[in-house]
Design a protein around this ligand. Structure first.
Ligand code: AGP
Length: 601
């Protein structure tokens, strides 16, 4: 949560910082601020509200300096307000800090500072950092930062500027993302690549407990004890355009429409020949007798939707867990356990903690991640990347479809490595290759989903039902709707309706059924009819030929192997949530109370 940006070079810093913040708003958007070095002073402009407010603040245009740091906030400690906004200054006004993360021991540090005569003005955890730097400062800012971070517990990506050291920005990172973009006589810092992709494609990914001294013409990294370390400069292929709306009204709509391309790129060369290639041939999969797929939110739904292929083709019992539950339930893990962690951002705190626990207990770990070199990739034994490209909208769409596709490719790969040569597996692989074209077709459901949204956007409650993989998709459809439309909705395995939830159905309650598996579609339809008999108004997403005049809307999607249908059937549900939010005139890309990257527990 929170996004940070930094610039040092010959340009005016403010426009670079504001552009970076605008593209990082998906990480948090309740307040924003910048601090720029100018004439031996730190000029700070900050307030609650969106980056746009900051941009429109007349004070911002008066700032001409070339070195600055900036922040967009998702509140953890203290309400959104001017005083709680970043950047924060120490009491002497000589050190300014922006911070993404949480300082868990801030109360102890706060008391220590108060005991030493410091006054803390905000309710934030961050404010302790510039004051500790001041307290630890002895003429050497690098030593002061190093000493300070040794006192901090929690997660942090931090930038520090000071007029006492007017030609550098000090950065440090632990458990929160941070990249340095390399330019010519100028350098950039950001929480995420898209924020600075317009200026450079060469990046250093700051590692755990690494400190960087960023000048306009040099970048030097140190470990926390200030031993210099060499890092590899990486080139990133993403183009700046893919981080822009490109003619679409919202990032979410653009990302929904990008799904055929994203899935095609995720399949890439991995499935082009007879054998699946994921670079996992050295793993001895025959030793695993249990498998966990662990993730949060939409990524966890991708796991639920993909579990069937692991059990069917690999014959390994597979459990799906929410990362926030997994880590506290003492799961049965040993060296015969395979754990798969899914994350778009690669920075989700709950998922990272669950991954660390699995490793400690001896499991083999594979990460399925979208953001290159993110924290999870550095902890997992193996990483396979979805190639969804940057996903900016808070509500995840193309990352989900790519996760489901890649997990199914992984299941096929493990099955092959375990010696499965069945025709069914071969057919399954062919079906994966057909997905990009079928995804293009399924986007044609846009109009019908828009008209169903128009009929229902004023509703207070809505239900989604399905069985098996269709239930997993129902959960995702329901989450999408809640996230961006603020309409209450629930998803049920359709057979469960009659065990209680059907009591909630009354006249005109919308109920969306998903039925794509020929062996159980009829059962879901019967369950929908039970709801219709009690007044419900039903929409059915299906690839079966259905003749049923009680279901008011039937949305037909292309036929596919039942285990892959979540990749297609989720699309009408994404479009439905999108159009409902648009009819309600809501901010689709930045829903209230949420952030794209959830780096707190
Ligand atoms: C998806 O629409 C959500 N914004 C959220 O549930 C998300 O999937 C979850 O926080 C996990 O994020 P990750 O994939 O980056 O780990």
């Amino acid at each position: 949560m929170c996004g940070i940006v930094g610039y040092i070079g010959t340009k005016k810093a403010v426009p670079v910082l504001i552009n970076g913040l605008l593209s990082l708003e998906y990480r948090g958007y309740d307040s924003a601020g910048i601090a720029v070095l100018e004439n031996d002073l730190i000029k700070v402009v900050k307030d609650k509200g969106r980056v746009k407010n900051l941009q429109d603040n007349p004070e911002i245009d008066k700032i001409l300096g070339n070195i600055g740091i900036a922040h967009t906030r998702w509140a953890t400690h203290g309400e959104p307000s001017k005083v709680n906004s970043h950047p924060h200054l120490d009491n002497s006004g000589k050190f300014s800090v922006v911070h993404n993360g949480i300082i868990e021991n801030y109360s102890i540090l706060r008391q220590k500072l108060i005991d030493n005569g410091y006054k803390l003005l905000s309710e934030t955890d961050t404010e302790v950092i510039p004051n500790l730097i001041h307290m630890n400062y002895n003429g050497n800012i690098l030593e002061a930062v190093s000493k300070t971070v040794k006192e901090l517990e929690g997660s942090f990506a931090i930038e520090v500027i000071s007029p006492l050291h007017p030609d550098e920005i000090i950065i440090v990172k632990k458990d929160s993302p941070l990249v340095v973009g390399v330019g010519e006589n100028e350098n950039y810092i950001a929480s995420d690549i898209p924020a600075i992709l317009a200026y450079t494609s060469n990046f250093y990914f700051v590692g755990e407990n690494e400190i960087g001294v960023i000048k306009d013409d040099s970048i030097t990294f140190y470990d926390v004890n200030l031993n210099e370390i060499k890092k590899e400069l990486k080139s990133i292929e993403w183009d700046a355009v893919s981080s822009e709306k490109n003619g679409y009204e919202d990032f979410m709509l653009k990302e929904i429409y990008e799904q055929p391309k994203a899935v095609r790129e995720t399949i890439g060369q991995r499935m082009s020949s007879d054998k699946v290639k994921l670079g996992l041939d050295d793993v001895d999969f025959s030793k695993f007798n249990r498998m966990y797929i662990v993730a949060c939110g939409t990524a966890m739904h991708a796991g639920l939707a993909s579990k069937y292929a692991f059990e069917k083709f690999c014959k390994i019992p597979t459990e799906i867990d929410m990362a926030s539950e997994f880590r506290y339930r003492d799961p049965l893990i040993d060296n015969q356990t395979l754990c798969i962690f899914i994350s778009q951002s690669g920075e989700t705190a709950d998922t990272i903690a669950a991954l660390k626990l699995a490793k400690e207990k001896g499991a083999t770990t594979i990460a399925v991640v979208n953001v290159i070199d993110s924290s999870i990739t550095r902890v997992a034994d193996h990483t396979i990347y979805t190639h969804a490209g940057p996903e900016i909208a808070v509500a995840s769409t193309k990352a989900y479809t790519c996760q489901v596709v890649l997990l199914n490719i992984l299941a096929a790969n493990i099955a092959e490595l375990l010696g499965n040569t069945s025709d069914e597996l071969n057919d399954f692989k062919q079906s994966i290759l057909a997905l990009p074209d079928k995804l293009k077709e399924v986007l044609d459901t846009d109009e019908i989903m828009k008209s169903y949204a128009e009929k229902n956007y004023m509703k207070k409650d809505l239900f989604f039902v399905g069985r098996g993989a269709d239930y997993a998709v129902s959960l995702e459809g329901s989450l999408k709707l809640k996230e961006i439309s603020y309409i209450h909705s629930d998803a049920y395995a359709s057979g469960e309706l009659k065990h209680g939830p059907i009591a909630l159905i009354e006249k005109d309650t919308p109920i969306i059924g998903c039925a794509t598996n020929p062996s159980i579609a009829a059962k879901t339809i019967s369950n929908l009819e039970e709801a219709i008999s009690r007044g419900g108004n039903a929409l059915l997403v299906t690839n079966q030929e259905i003749h049923n005049d009680k279901i008011s809307d039937i949305v037909t999607i292309p036929d596919i192997h039942p285990m892959l249908s979540p990749v297609l059937s989720v699309v009408p549900l994404q479009l439905f949530a999108y159009h409902i939010a648009k009819f309600k005139k809501l901010d689709v890309d930045k829903p209230r109370n949420l952030a794209k990257s959830v780096t707190v527990e």
